[in-house]
Design a protein around this ligand. Structure first.
Ligand code: HEM
Length: 378
């Protein structure tokens, strides 16, 4: 989730790629090198029977956005440790157990959702703003990224990994659908021209601007807010495959008050204090779409819960723990979450997710390369 308040930066580099067909190789470097080096990346195929459709020049636009973000972090972190471009401020990475329900409706028993199975997991809680120093009391989007470990099955990642990531924000819809609009927005926020900033609402359109403003909120504890995947995912394979969205929320509805005098990093403090005292419990929910009028390409329109209910598929137990150590914080920074660390049964759907394949891969490689750190998947 990108934030309007971004330091002024140099303009963009146009990266023009010739495209043919639906499946497109974006990098030509196939030499046998480390995990930080780009290798041939294949733009995702669309699934027309789940009503996916490509936008014009989509793969090239994704690459242009990735190049703008790369330029931006190379400049912003030239003399510092490179952080994520989006969600750079973590409240903490915690160990968790992701326990699938003992029983599930037949249509939800797919991929990682094996009844009774418990996965070990890492969860990273974050703020959305590109400013990692922003005080937690400022309105912002809040992220929850779950990484399940040792998940058996065919993984869609280009890396040899057995992780399944679920990435969510505490708002149900995303502020953009259209790659061209997202590119225009990125050009605006990364420009050092003041007039470009005024153009942002035109780049996003009225609905996108409204969603972007409403995605920013205040919370008292990352364990007590509700998160949504915003964008859809496939569930299952073959003729029974369907489109779903995800959500996660606390098992209890208790919400603590925001402190009267909030410290800069009070959300980290709240997470630390909660987990010093007791185990935390969250529910993981799946929302199968109930009508093809619920679009997989339109991530700006919510699939209303009264028309498409959520089903609980797993309980997330975050055991009592000490997570706020220098070693664990460093480990957390070096992790990479992407929707494309996924089993084929949980394939990401829609233009925003397709573009994220290119963008998250490139940006994770760049920040690891800048920090002279090998990328690795636990
Ligand atoms: C085209 C749209 C998007 C772009 C360009 C984008 C860009 C990014 C980038 C560059 C990162 C950092 C990756 C890394 O360095 O490893 C990131 C992280 C993240 N994004 Fe997005 N994003 C997009 C859409 C979304 C959507 C729809 C969600 C909704 C759930 C989302 C949620 C997150 C979260 C929670 C993180 C932090 C993950 C972590 O803890 O490591 N993003 N995004």
């Amino acid at each position: 989730m990108h934030n309007f308040k971004r330091p002024m930066r140099l303009g963009l580099i146009f990266h023009i790629i010739l495209l043919t067909g639906v499946t497109t190789a974006l990098h030509a470097n196939t030499s046998p090198v480390g995990l930080n080096t780009p290798k041939e990346l294949i733009y995702p195929n669309i699934d027309p029977s789940l009503s996916e459709s490509l936008y014009p020049n989509e793969a090239a636009t994704a690459k242009q956005i990735a190049d703008i973000i790369e330029l931006s972090i190379r400049k912003q972190y030239a003399a510092d440790i490179a952080l994520r471009d989006a969600h750079p401020k973590a409240h903490g990475c915690v160990r968790a157990e992701f326990k699938i329900n003992e029983t599930l409706p037949q249509n939800l028993i797919q991929g990682a959702f094996i009844p009774g199975k418990t996965y070990q997991a890492w969860i990273r809680f974050s703020n959305g703003s590109s400013n990692a120093k922003q005080a937690d009391i400022k309105k912002d989007a809040r992220g929850m990224a779950i990484k399940l470990l040792a998940v058996s099955g065919k993984n869609l990642s280009d890396e040899a990994t057995s992780t399944q990531d679920f990435i969510m924000i505490n708002h149900p819809v995303f502020f953009a659908n259209d790659p061209a609009r997202y590119l225009s927005f990125m050009q605006d926020i990364n420009s050092d021209k003041f007039l470009k900033k005024l153009h942002i609402p035109f780049a996003l359109g009225a609905k996108g601007t409204w969603i972007a403003l409403n995605t920013r909120n205040k919370i008292s504890n990352p364990l007590q807010t509700r998160y949504w995947s915003m964008v859809p995912y496939q569930l299952g394979l073959g003729t029974n495959r369907q489109a779903v969205k995800y959500s996660a929320r606390a098992c209890s509805t208790v919400v603590s008050p925001i402190p009267a005098k909030p410290q800069q990093n009070f959300l980290r403090d709240a997470l630390r204090t909660s987990l010093q005292e007791i185990d935390a419990c969250m529910e993981f929910l799946v929302q199968p779409r109930t009508s093809s009028s619920m679009s997989v390409e339109d991530s700006m329109t919510e699939w209303k819960e009264d028309q498409a209910p959520f089903y609980k598929v797993a309980t997330i137990r975050i055991p009592q723990q000490v997570f706020d150590t220098p070693e664990q914080n460093k480990f957390c920074e070096n992790l990479s979450f992407t929707p494309w660390h996924a089993l084929a049964e949980h394939k990401p759907l829609g233009a925003i997710n397709r573009m994220r394949k290119v963008i998250y891969d490139q940006i994770s490689r760049v920040r690891h390369e800048m920090n002279s750190t090998e990328r690795f998947e636990p």
